[in-house]
Design a protein around this ligand. Sequence first.
Ligand code: TRP
Length: 372
Amino acid sequence: MSDKIILTGDRPTGRLHIGHYVGSLRRRVELQNAGDYRRMFVFIADAQALTDNIDNPEKVRQNVIEVALDYLSAGLDPEKVTLFIQSQIPELTELSFYYMDLVTVQRLQRNPTVKNEMILRGFGSAEEEADDNRRGLPVGFFTYPISQAADITAFKATTVPVGEDQKPMLEQTVEIVRKFNAVYGPTLVEPQIMLPDNAACMRLPGTDGKAKMSKSLGNCIYLSETPEEMRKKVMSMYTDPEHINITDPGHVEGNAVFTYLDAFCRDEHFGLYLPDYANLEEMKEHYRRGGLGDVKCKKFLEKILNQELDPIRARRKAFEQDIPAIYEILRKGCEVAREAAAETLSEVRRAMKINYFDDAELIAEQAERYAR
Ligand code: TRP
């Protein structure tokens, strides 16, 4: 068994979609099943979700169970992985508070995620600040990279499987770890990001071909999607606008159907569902030449997606029958997680020398000074 500690999480702002699945969730289940780790934590980042959903706490609250159902349905096993809810671990807020001394306002402003959000919310222009439609940026959002560093370091995570969008957060965490260890002595563990190994999985586009799946764009296929809903979405997917007649040559780059195939298709799928080709390369070649219709490609994709999602749907149905049991799984997970975080926190306090009542040396030295 290796010394790896794997940790990752998701904001509960909606059900998870197949972009989350190929970007990270499928990888987590593989890591879990490979068993090559010391501990593995997967958590629901409800407190982080509140940093930009302050107007909608009920949405966050309702989606905690949705994300938990998605985790369990995808195959995460609570016997092997600690599943927990971020807000139930108060140690994380205390760590964040100490880390805040190690990060400058200027550095946070340079964090690409924070920077983009600041631009979006109208910073830097008096005219825009006066616009009532813009609400300014909550301090909690501004500092969430610090809180994410607490999430990761509290569990001494070595390996963080996430999407590319989380790169700035991991970089910020590594900086905090180095700074902490330089100031207070070696205490925290430097984490490594683990990205998907295929470009299509890294950033699965929406069904409309737009850069990212997002709930507000209505271009997602959810893990819990019924086969009927999914068929409609696949059949209306964006392909190649220049591929009008079947005989026209087609483009596979920027064609969402082929990007999804890149993320989901394996050679054995051809034997099962489309024996005209031996592999995806042959199929792409035919599409490029002309003579391969979009409907045929979409039907193939639909079969592959169903093969992957059917077991997930079946497990979801079973888990949905006992919601209290899922809260029980999360409650137990929170207990285990708290214990791990508390251990790190006490090491942090010791390193920072703010563990006064355990610091016999400090007390003795001061007593001696005053006795003189
Ligand atoms: N920021 C992540 C997201 O938006 C969620 C998250 C919070 C996270 N804390 C984390 C992911 C720690 C990995 C590690 O999905």
